[in-house]
Design a protein around this ligand. Structure first.
Ligand SMILES: [Zn+2]
Length: 315
């Protein structure tokens, strides 16, 4: 939380989180201030986190050319929504996103990457200037870059990798979460990525992208994800006013945060928090040492019939 925050008074200011972000290799929770400015608070592994849910959840508006445009309706958002945007703002943002994707005259350099997600390796592209941010945002366990060049050629490479090698361009969140129970070793992931590089090297690589594969970069230390994996006992349900979410950050990966919550249950345990469920709520500070009161659901290990595990998870 920002230092500018004060202890809750009778009329607490409506600070609303806009999501978990990755910049300069670190995770931060971004906030919309009561005045409409954005602030971010670092979310380090080991940091205590305590949030009290306020009265309402409102649309955060949208970002346009790096500026925030407030929601004209100040729309209320359903507690179960996975983002803090109303349908209208999300639709406008989507249009903008598509426009950006199809603006093939974007002069920036784009790189083609392989992202290891445990049970699957996907292909994607990102602007070179963003460094590894795109990989950290999606929660890739390890990654490497294959080539660099124009946006048009990067898109062609991505399509080629999908068509020729069957690499997906999207990986379902449930599948990514399942992989974190047993992420495997840095060495095994690097070897699997190298094998795909070997296959890609045999393809007719589109002109405009300079083939220059990098070594695999492992992201699990950045997240705080142990080699032995993380086994959450529960996951946060949609929030309700007046409840609290508390604990100590053990890992943050993609847009998920894992909180160690001793005393929460008889056995204690790790709680999986989808930060999308926090977005848009009026949140104030709560004592991180006091067990949280927000509703949670049990999580079963992948492979069972537990909640949150996709059927096509491979183990
Ligand atoms: Zn809106």
């Amino acid at each position: 939380m920002s230092d500018e925050r004060t202890t809750p008074s009778t009329t607490p200011p409506a600070w609303r989180p806009t999501g978990l972000t990755w910049a300069d290799g670190g995770a931060a929770l971004e906030w919309l201030s009561p005045a409409g400015a954005t602030r971010s608070s670092a979310l380090e592994v080991g940091a205590p986190l305590g949030l009290r849910v306020g009265a309402d959840r409102r649309c955060l508006g949208l970002w346009w050319d790096g500026r925030r445009v407030p929601c004209v309706a100040e729309a209320r958002i359903d507690a179960a929504a996975k983002s803090g945007q109303c349908e209208s703002c999300a639709a406008i943002a989507r249009t903008r996103s598509v426009a950006t994707d199809t603006a093939l005259d974007d002069p920036r350099e784009f790189r083609v990457y392989l992202a290891h997600h445990g049970s699957v390796i996907k292909a994607g592209i990102t602007a070179s200037a963003r460094g590894p941010a795109r990989l950290l945002e999606q929660g890739a366990l390890s990654s490497l870059f294959l080539s660099a060049g124009t946006l048009v050629s990067a898109r062609r490479c991505e399509s080629l990798l999908t068509a020729a090698l069957g690499l997906p361009q999207q990986v379902h969140t449930a599948r990514k979460r399942a992989a974190r129970w047993a992420p495997g070793t840095t060495t095994s992931r690097a070897a699997e990525l190298a094998a795909v590089v070997g296959q890609a090297a045999g393809l007719d690589w589109p002109p405009g992208q300079a083939w220059d594969p990098t070594s695999a970069l492992d992201h699990t230390p950045t997240y705080g994800l142990p080699e032995g994996g993380l086994a959450p006992a529960g996951q946060l349900d949609p929030l309700r006013p007046g409840t609290t979410v508390t604990g100590e950050v053990t890992c943050r990966i993609g847009r998920d945060v894992y909180l160690s919550t001793p005393g929460r249950t008889t056995s204690g345990g790790v709680l999986l928090v989808d930060t999308g469920l926090l977005e848009g709520w009026d949140l104030t500070r709560a004592d991180p040492a006091v067990p949280g009161t927000a509703s949670t659901s049990p999580v079963s290990a992948p492979g069972g019939a537990g909640a949150g595990v996709e059927q096509d998870a491979l183990f």
